[in-house]
Design a protein around this ligand. Sequence first.
Ligand code: HEC
Ligand code: HEC
Length: 204
Amino acid sequence: MKNKILWSLLVISLSWVAIVPTARAGGDAEAGKRKFYTCIGCHGVPGYTNAYPTYHVPRLGGQHAAYVVAALKAYQADQRKHVTMHGNSVSLTEQDMEDIAAFVSKFRGINVNLPVTGNAVAGKQKAAACASCHGEDGNGEDANFPRLAGQYESYIIKALQDYKSGARNNPIMAGFASGLSEEDIKDIAAYYASQKKGLTLAED
Ligand code: HEC
Ligand code: HEC
């Protein structure tokens, strides 16, 4: 485990410059609201699930703007692989992304969470290693790291499995996910998903 952590730190220091998105001055939230119209069908619907495999479409309300822009760019460039999100981002300009990010990031609220299946108490302990970037309860204030608090449990599980398998390519998270068992992943996801102050749907 110690070696794994040291290795992760090495990977981080080598790759920091390339992967950490730069924080930027916000877009126009009013324009973003109009541009978000086509996204509501999936990201604005409580409990909406991706067709296959079945997991919840991630909550975006209250997510850091810089992270939202970075995610959209990664889908657009097909660097983060997802057919639907590639289709939804391919025609967005940089300004569109900034505006949409400004709109969704301003919704901070009380998470109305769904029941979780993992062990959230065990998950809290296991998530200690994640706090330096994501915040102790997943509500980190550093805009370069996505908020996890209030995110759907099934989406967090899917994201961690994808980092572990390499389906989602990020050197920092590959290092952290590689040391997690399936049970660890479920417990950590249950912990973050059940934090009250957290992500919401884009507009609730
Ligand atoms: C047909 C459903 C659907 C539509 C429409 C859609 N999305 Fe998505 N979106 C998804 C799914 C599913 C994912 C998770 C994909 C993955 O696993 O990487 C996702 C992921 C994202 C993410 C990454 C979230 C994270 O936490 O990493 C962002 C940002 C995003 N979508 C923004 C948008 C925007 C902006 C639009 C409209 C222009 C949009 N989406 C339209 C289904 C959709
Ligand atoms: C050194 C900083 C750092 C640490 C520590 C860290 N992460 Fe991350 N995490 C990131 C970054 C950067 C991203 C965004 C990567 C990307 O764009 O795919 C991320 C993304 C994620 C995501 C995807 C969120 C989304 O909305 O798609 C999850 C889930 C996650 N981390 C969970 C964890 C867990 C669990 C741990 C501890 C075991 C952890 N992270 C430790 C930096 C970190």
